[in-house]
Design a protein around this ligand. Structure first.
Ligand SMILES: [Zn+2]
Length: 261
């Protein structure tokens, strides 16, 4: 007997049609294939996004699309295995992905983004789907959201203490802690500007694209990964999943007018 599922890939087309008859929410996880230090797998962002999306869907009773495993991230291009799509192509792909679902009834999307480089593109895609299909799109990122709702979890790093902890909570068999290395020290660009996980002026972060020397040979940035543990990762993931499940409940309450103007 077929088990109950909210994963779109596991539904038949008639089950998908039936779902869309009584709900119009779809969760789309977006990941990346990129280095995350010598101790984490290339698919770290994809695993985290896919894992969170599946649990958000379960908790909110919402359908989950397959995770899209590539993104935009030119800064790591010297690392073997890195795949970076152009932002133009990624925008087209994610738009097309959403549009296919919108044509079959999805009107509320939650993009669960696992990779920082995708953020700007997703912002445009949420606009594209709204203006073309009047589909309400939300996009969230665990490393920005969790420190806001749980300041004791400042989980803003790349393959560092927190992201490694998340991987240990999800797929410990893919993490080799013996290979975990300290990140390269912050680079001093000027008297008051330094580059580490973020670029800061007088300690406050601002956005700038700079060279990839920050990644060094190790590739991880932010808090050192040594000491990462499954319990912290589970706390981070739970905070993110819980917030997003609640968000879906609220998105469902928004009345969407039919696009006619
Ligand atoms: Zn990552």
């Amino acid at each position: 007997m077929k088990r109950k599922t909210l994963l779109a890939a596991e539904l038949s087309w008639t089950e998908f049609e039936e779902y869309m008859r009584h709900d119009d929410v779809l969760i789309i996880p977006v990941g990346m294939l990129e280095e995350h230090g010598q101790h984490n797998p290339l698919g770290t962002d994809t695993y985290i996004a896919g894992h969170c999306a599946a649990l958000i869907g379960e908790r909110a009773g919402a359908l989950v699309a397959p995770v899209f495993p590539y993104g935009y991230g030119p800064e790591g291009k010297k690392f073997p295995g890195q795949v970076s799509l152009s932002p133009q192509l990624l925008r087209k792909i994610l738009y097309a992905y959403g549009a296919c679902y919108a044509k079959h009834g999805a009107r509320r999307f939650l993009f669960v983004n696992g990779h920082g480089g995708n953020a700007g593109v997703l912002r445009m895609v949420t606009g594209d789907l709204w203006y073309d299909y009047h589909a309400l799109c939300a996009s969230t990122e665990w490393w920005l959201l969790v420190p806001q709702i749980k300041p004791e979890l400042p989980c803003n790093d790349h393959g560092g203490f927190y992201e490694t902890s998340c991987m240990l909570a999800i797929k410990p068999e893919l993490v080799d802690m013996n290979r975990a290395q300290d990140p390269v020290p912050d680079t001093i660009l000027s008297e008051h500007i330094r580059a580490g996980y973020t670029v800061t002026y007088q300690g406050e972060p601002f956005f700038a694209t700079i060279d990839d020397y920050r990644l060094g040979r190790a590739g991880n940035l932010g808090a050192p990964p040594q000491g990462a543990n499954e319990r912290i990762g589970a706390d981070v993931l739970e905070a993110y999943i819980d917030y997003n499940a609640g968000l879906i409940g609220e998105l469902r309450k928004i009345e969407l007018q039919n696009k006619g103007n």
